[in-house]
Design a protein around this ligand. Sequence first.
Ligand code: PEP
Ligand code: MG
Length: 538
Amino acid sequence: MTGAILAGMGVGLSPVRAEVFRVKPSQPLPAAHKHSGNAESEKQTLRSAVSAVAHYLEELSEKAGETSAEIFEALKMLLEDEDLFETAAAQIDEGWSAATSFILAVDEFGELLAGDAAFEERVADLRDLAKRVAAHIHGIHLGLDLPATGRYVLVGEDFSPADTAQFTNAVVGVVTIKGGPTSHTAIICRSKSIPAVVSCPAAEDLVDGQIVLVDPVGDRVVVDGDESMATKTISFVAKSIEPIIPVRANIGSLSDAVSAATTAANGVGLFRTELLYLSAHSMPSISEQAKSYTEILKAAPEGPIVVRTIDAGSDKPVPFLKMEHEENPALGVRGYRLIQDHRQFILDQLASLEVARKESGREVWVMAPMIATAQEALEFAALARAAGEFKVGVMVETPSIVMALADLANQLDFISVGTNDLSQYLFAADRMNPSLGALLNPWQPALIRALAKIATDSAAGNLSSGVCGESASDPAFAVVLAGLGFKSVSASMSQVGAVRTALSSVSLDQAKAVAAEALDATTAEEAKSRVLAALANL
Ligand code: PEP
Ligand code: MG
C-alpha cells in the first residue's frame, strides 16, 4: 500500500514521518463466567480490585499533566461510584463472577449514557477501567509495552487515558482507527502537541515497520509519504493586539473557569451547565445552584459569560431529572424540550443565575439549547427576561431554526451556533459515529453555506451572532467565521490563544475574501485547501 492515502481527522498542525508501531492486543480476559457460590467473598474481591485500580489512577494523575489529571480524577469518581458497585453487586447475587459483574454493570451505565459525544467518550474510558478491574482480578498485565527510545507512530483502535499515560518519548505520532475529535486520544495529542490522525478506518491495514507520514493538516496518513508531501500549515502572525472579533472560551466547571481565566479569552462563550449535574442524584436547590454559579462567574475570564441552560436528555441523563427511554435520543426530548416535563428546573436555573449574576457583578447572557422553532425561542426569551437582567439568546443547532431566524428579528439579543449538533442534524449523521467523520467535517460546503445564511439573517435581524461548536477552535475556520459575519467565536480553552492569533493576523476585509473562497468550494477538501491557500497568500 505504498503511497496509499488513508483519510481521517487530523489533530495538530505539524506533520511527522516515522515507523509504525502497532499496539498489540493484550492477553484476552476470560469470557463471562459465574462464581462458585460465595457472593460475599466475590464482592470483597471486587471491592479490593476497584480500589487497586482507583489507586493506579491516582498514581497516573500525579504523573500526568493538568489536562489528564482532571480526567483521571473524574474517572476515579466514576469508578468508585457506589451505584455502579451496587449494580455489580446485584449481578454477583445473580451468580456472575466479580470480574464479569463489573463489566456488566459498566455496560448498563454505558447504555444509559449512550448517544452523546462527550459522555460516550467517558463511557469508553470507564469500559477500559472495567477491563483493568477484571485484569487485576485475573492477574493479567494490561500494559502497552511501548518502546522507550526511537521514533514511532503508534497505531491502534483508540487509546484510553490509562493508555495515553503510558506514552513514552518515542511516540512521535498517533493514528487511531476509531475515536473522533473529542476522543481522549485527540485531547491528549492536542495538549502534548503530538501530531495525530483519528477516525482513520483504513489504518487497520498498517503493519509494524511501515513508514508513514502523519499529515494532520491534510486529515490523512500517507503510507511511505515524505514530509514534502505534507499539507502546508499556516503559521499565523498577529498584526494587531486585538482580534477582529472577540474570542471567548468554552467551560463546564469551576476548574475550567479558573483555567480559562489564565488564557486571553474575552469572557465565556459557552458554559455547559449540565456538566455540573451528571452525577447529582437529587435536584440542587436554588441556593445550591446559585452558590456554584456564583463561584464560576467570579472565576471566569473578564468579559460576558454566556450560560446555556441545561442540555440534558435521554442521551445525557441527569439522574434527578427522570426521562423516558428513547429509541433515538438525539432526536428526542433533549435540551430545551425538557421544558415539557421539567419546566421548574429550567425556571430554577434562571432564578439561580440571576442570584449569581447579582452576587458576582458579572455580565450574564443566557441561552437555551436545541431550539427548533421561533415559538420555542420566544417562549424561552420571555422566561429568561422575567427571571433576570440577562442578554437573552438561543443556540442554533437545528436546520429548522436556521430557516426561521428572520422571525426572531429584533426579539432576541443574540444567537450562538452549535456546529457539532448543527452538522449532525444538517447531514443526518450521528456525531458519535466514527465512520461518518467526513460528513461531520466543518469544512463541508453545505455547513459553511448554512453558516453564511445564519450570519446574514442574524445581522439583518439585529441579533449578535457567535459560534461555540468545535469548528470555532480551528484557527483557519475561525477566520472564515469572522469573514462570514459572525461577531464572536468561542473555542476550547487550549485553542483560545491560537484562534486569537489567527484572528489578529487578518483584517475584516481579508477574512471576507477568505470566507468567499470557502463559499465557492464544492467539497470539504476543496474548501479547506482554498482557504489555506488564500491565508498563505495574504
Ligand atoms: C454544539 O452542538 O456545537 C455545542 C456547542 O453543544 P454540545 O457540543 O454541548 O452539544
Ligand atoms: Mg449541542
